[in-house]
Design a protein around this ligand. Structure first.
Ligand SMILES: *Cc1c(COP(=O)(O)O)cnc(C)c1O
Length: 479
């Protein structure tokens, strides 16, 4: 047996890469990422899928593959095709981040592999996560006894908020049919998904009217609540958006908060996109009402420019978040010895989790908040700049004035259908790929969207986007 063990050991040791080899691998990987960053200014924001089967033609097998070949495969089949979210030219959807210092945090997190799920096993990692959440609570104006969780993104964060709301109101399956959830038709589709996963599909989903800027009509909300109460229903949750994905609309957060309080309704704010803008003077007034919510979602992979995989949820009354998510297992009895801090595992569906705190903490410590705030202010002003400039150009028309950093616009052709023209226009811009814009349809009107949130989008990119639009309009008009 000893011989066998030794034999396996010899082969298994391959996984514990020795120092000289580490240097080689690291240099090879850094060469790839450095050349990516160096080439980035000249790279396209969008490359249609190459439809290559090279990746799947290289199956996982018992055999090893040299690093050069692995990296070449990665570059060609994964890094090159599709959207390039690292590019400043990414002005579609809600752009994500990917700051360099966050990658260094991930590197250290993966190598040290601290256990971030439970305080007893990873006290530092858990303290770090809770400290980051406390900081987020502080900037939105939540009290000290709030708690939260660093999630993989806004979708899971919304789910956690909605499950907590359901339990805090003691809803049982038999109550679902007479319980009412209020929102607008502009909420992110992850809200509907969360409602469904939380078992609340049978609850009454009440869609409240929006104003001309797609913000919730508070008077209509109040009338609906009164009507539902009069009909013996149970108004249970209001879901507002602090920056809708489609148009960047911020619902009247304070007015909604006052109503929620008056009627004893759970108030959830989806601020996945807009939450962190509360740090900047240009729009902080719009977001003041975030503090009136009972639960709130913010996405550091949007507003803090971190790489994908970073969301957050905060719940004002920490006990309610804990009540919905803490469970016990015999094999984990030792972990009960330290209870100085909440454990993330008791505040979310996850047990073992990525050590997400480090990719956020390192950049915030290393750069300080100043450049983050400057970047957020810059994005707001770039959106306003685009909004003002595009409407001065012949044939272009804008949607409503932006609340945050999403602008809607379209081109009105002299002849023919405007929707068809703009569909072609966004298609041409995407095919070109220098910048990436996306589109939406509102009240039957096809709009092109410019969403400014990538930390690499600056004034020159906005001017380039305008240049590309003019170029493509000319081409389409000729055909
Ligand atoms: C992006 C977004 C979400 C979903 O978040 P993910 O991080 O993509 O899961 C939810 N709500 C809003 C308003 C968003 O912008």
């Amino acid at each position: 047996m000893i011989d066998k063990i030794k034999k396996f050991e010899e082969i298994a040791r391959e996984l514990d890469v020795p120092s000289e080899k580490r240097t080689v691998y690291r240099d090879q990987m850094v060469a790839l990422t450095e050349s990516f960053l160096d080439e980035l200014p000249n790279m396209k924001a969008f490359v249609p899928d190459l439809k290559s089967s090279k990746l799947v033609d290289s199956p996982i097998s018992d055999d090893s593959m040299p690093m050069e070949d692995v990296l070449a495969l990665l570059k060609e089949t994964v890094i090159e095709p599709g959207l390039n979210p690292a590019s400043g030219g990414h002005l579609g959807y809600i752009p994500g981040g990917g700051i360099f210092s966050a990658a260094l945090g991930d590197y250290a997190a993966a190598i040290t592999n601290r256990y971030a799920g439970v305080f007893f096993t990873g006290p530092g990692a858990v303290r770090m996560e809770n400290m980051l959440l406390n900081w987020m609570a502080e900037i939105i104006g939540y009290p000290k006894n709030s708690a939260g969780n660093l999630t993989s993104g806004g979708s899971i964060a919304n789910l956690i908020g909605i499950v907590t709301a359901r339990d805090a109101h003691g809803l049982k399956a038999r109550d679902f049919e007479r319980s009412v959830i209020y929102m607008t038709n502009q909420v992110h589709h992850s809200i509907e998904k969360s409602i469904s996963i939380a078992g609340l599909k049978e609850a009454e989903n009440r869609f409240i009217n929006v104003d001309s800027k797609f913000r919730m009509d508070v008077d209509h909300l109040e009338r609906s609540i009164e009507e539902d109460k009069a009909n013996g229903l149970n108004p249970f949750a209001i879901i507002a958006s602090a920056g809708t994905t489609d148009v960047g609309a911020v619902d009247p957060l304070e007015g909604i908060g006052d109503l929620a309080k008056h009627y004893g309704i759970w108030y959830h704010v989806d601020a996945a996109y807009g939450g962190f803008f509360c740090m900047v003077d240009e729009v902080k007034g719009l977001l003041k009402g975030q503090k009136k919510s009972d639960s709130i979602v913010m996405d550091p992979h949007k507003g803090l420019f971190l790489p994908y995989g970073s969301g957050a949820v905060l719940v004002k009354d920490s006990q309610k978040l804990y009540n919905s998510h803490n469970y016990f297992a015999n094999y984990m009895q030792d972990t009960q010895k330290s209870t100085e801090e909440y454990s993330p595992a008791d505040l979310s569906p996850e047990l073992t989790k990525h050590f997400r705190g480090l990719r956020q903490w390192l950049p915030l410590k290393l750069h300080g908040l100043t450049p983050f705030k400057a970047a957020l202010s810059e994005k707001i002003l770039l959106a306003r700049y685009f909004y003002e400039k595009i409407q001065t150009l012949d044939g272009f028309e804008v949607g409503h004035e932006p609340d945050l950093s999403v602008v809607l616009f379209r081109y009105i052709p002299k002849h023919g259908d405007a929707n068809e023209f703009n569909e072609k226009l966004v298609d041409e811009v995407q095919k070109d790929g220098t910048v990436f814009l996306s589109s939406t349809t509102l009240n039957g009107i096809f709009y092109i969207r410019v969403a400014v949130l990538c930390f690499r989008s600056h004034l020159d990119i906005i001017d380039l986007a305008i240049e590309k639009l003019l170029e493509k309009v000319k081409i389409i008009s000729k055909n």
